[in-house]
Design a protein around this ligand. Structure first.
Ligand SMILES: [Zn+2]
Length: 284
């Protein structure tokens, strides 16, 4: 396909189009990808940030594709994925909004996202252009969904998988244990193509999912190895040991992922935190 180009409606499969928002950055890659699916009625996946131009581009797709938008899905409620929903709904009062709202009081979440339908795991929606299955995929955040367009075996991944950048897991909303389990869960579906929230289309989903799981487990093994030789390390002291292959400028973000790894080890009763730092628990 190629790297998404902001503002261009690009056809990626029959009945599936991609429209990239103009919000490029270190965490968003070329920008947030909005996917538009359908023939005589359109479903929009991840309308993106509250950028007026992007909202008008989404609305204009109705003219280009000669069909009205009837459904709006959001993968999660980060500021680069769902805020455009509220603006779209002002223009599309009859459209149905689907997704999981942010928990009350959570910082940095989009609280303007108010879905009429909160899909349960594996719920299938019959749309004009085909079946859409909601797959609950906590990990990046706890209210994350992927959507599987069964007709094309196409999965919109939101931020569960990206192309070109690493998914950040920030506790407590993010969970490394959930993230790895949600990746394994995807292996149960016959996915052929993935449309990530950021970056180009993924044409080898099985390999990418397996690679991502292994990549996280390799990092986890580095955490364990570091604690084996230096018990009682704080996160600040662990980061340069565990992320010695990562640019120091990214060590602040790495510290958050490291915390997520440590919490996973704690839940699995393989490590715990003492007053002086983290240590491994001896296994029998
Ligand atoms: Zn995102």
């Amino acid at each position: 396909m190629g790297i998404p180009i902001a503002g261009q409606l690009e056809k990626i499969l029959p009945n599936v189009h991609r429209l990239c928002a103009a919000n490029p950055g270190p965490m968003t890659g070329p920008g947030t990808n909005t996917y538009i699916y359908g023939n005589s009625e359109l479903a929009v996946f991840d309308p993106g940030p509250a950028l007026a131009e992007h909202v008008s581009n989404i609305l204009a797709a109705q003219d280009t594709l000669s069909a009205p938008i009837t459904h709006i899905f959001a993968s999660h409620t980060h500021q680069d994925h769902s805020p455009a929903v509220a603006e779209l709904v002002e223009h599309l009062p009859d459209a149905k909004v689907l997704g999981i709202p942010a928990a009350p009081g959570q910082q940095f979440e989009d609280h303007s996202f108010k879905p009429q339908i909160v899909p349960h795991d594996d719920q299938v929606f019959e749309l004009d252009a085909g079946l859409v299955r909601a797959i609950y995929t906590p990990g990046h955040v706890s209210n994350h969904l992927c959507f599987f367009l069964e007709e094309h075996r196409f999965l919109t991944t939101g931020d569960h998988l990206m192309n070109g950048s690493t998914v950040v897991i920030i506790p407590p909303k993010g969970s490394m244990k959930d993230y790895i389990e949600s990746l394994r869960k995807l292996q149960n579906y016959p996915i052929e193509v993935m449309g990530p929230g950021h970056g180009d289309v993924i044409n080898n989903p099985a390999e990418v999912v397996e690679w991502t799981i292994q990549h996280r487990l390799v990092r986890e093994a580095k955490v364990v190895a570091a604690l084996e030789t230096h018990a009682g390390l704080t996160i600040q002291n662990l980061v340069p040991k565990v992320y010695d292959d990562v640019d120091e400028a990214l060590h602040g973000i790495a510290a958050m992922s490291l915390h997520a790894h440590l919490i996973k080890l704690q839940i699995e009763q393989r490590a715990d935190e003492t007053e002086t730092g983290w240590r491994l628990l001896t296994t029998v």
